[in-house]
Design a protein around this ligand. Structure first.
Ligand SMILES: [Zn+2]
Length: 294
């Protein structure tokens, strides 16, 4: 895998030993502490396109605080906004602009913080009894004072896969994708299946192709709201496609030459294919295949 996957490589030390110790955590909430400045869930960017940090004095006194960890020896916090995410990230141009401007480390810091505070904003009530829950362990848990249930921030596993047949790769496009963009097929892992089974089921559902020899390649957190993208490669026995039009607008096999030409053409792409953006793991998976599977 070449290049850094977006939202990985956070410089934060999660400092788990502080989370579970209320006294130690309270001791971190001092004048040295840094507060990640957010407008709702949007990052506030400085002139240089970097994340902006303030002090705990900048925080709404009513807001819940989550402990992100320590950075350069300083404790770092973020405030839970009033409202959680109300729509998908692709509908928000500010998010794509921020993803283009932020450094790799800032993007990882923002992504982790966003997933965490968004989860708190959308999970204030107990899923078991409906009572208001309270933040615990610096924001890495919520407890219900009524029924004693414990709730933990979610990470939802999603498989995303390159399917290969006879030297070509299968890519698909959803109707919402920009013109000519094709990407790797993807889908949530469901209860009761492993990664290999989820890959095979998704490919069968979306294009009616049987796959084998599923193997893991790389993974990436995707904080809209809290997916873990699990990048895989699989072999198909047959290239006949029946595209499920409720999931995909189109799916096609692309030759190595077509993929290389689209990669080299950058954001404009070719007449038939625009490569997925580098912020997405699909970009790196296809680039990996072009480099490693030559
Ligand atoms: Zn409860």
């Amino acid at each position: 895998m070449t290049g850094t996957l977006a939202f990985t490589g956070s410089p934060l030390d999660r400092a788990d030993h502080l989370r579970g110790d209320p006294e130690a955590l309270a001791g971190q909430m001092n004048w040295r502490a840094r507060l990640l400045l957010l407008d709702g869930l949007m990052p506030r960017l400085g002139d240089a396109g970097a994340l902006e940090w303030g002090t705990l004095a900048d925080c709404d006194p009513e807001a819940e605080l989550v402990f992100l960890g320590t950075m350069e020896g300083k404790p770092c916090f973020a405030a839970v906004p009033q409202e959680g995410a109300d729509g998908p990230a692709y509908a928000q141009p500010q998010i794509w602009q921020a993803m283009n401007l932020l450094s790799e480390k800032d993007l990882a810091t923002y992504g982790g913080a966003r997933s965490l505070v968004d989860w708190h904003a959308r999970h204030r009530y107990c899923a078991r009894c409906g009572a208001m829950t309270v933040i615990a362990k610096g924001g890495w848990q919520r407890n219900c004072p009524e029924c004693q249930a414990q709730h933990f921030p979610r990470t939802d596993p999603v498989t995303i896969m390159l399917v290969e047949h006879d030297g070509r790769l299968l890519l698909g496009r959803q109707p919402k994708f920009p013109d000519r963009v094709f990407s790797a097929l993807a889908g949530f892992v469901e209860p009761g299946e492993n990664i290999e089974e989820a890959v095979a089921r998704e490919v069968m559902e979306e294009v009616s192709v049987a796959v084998r020899a599923v193997r893991y390649v790389a993974s990436q957190p995707w904080p809209f709201p809290s997916q873990l993208m699990i990048g895989c490669h699989a072999m198909a026995d047959d290239d006949a496609l029946t595209v499920d039009k409720t999931e995909l607008e189109d799916a096609r096999w692309f030759t190595r030459a077509e993929l290389e030409e689209a990669r080299d053409a950058g954001a404009e792409g070719t007449d038939t294919l625009v490569f997925p953006r580098s912020v997405a793991i699909a970009h790196h998976l296809v680039a990996w295949w072009l480099e490693e599977r030559a």
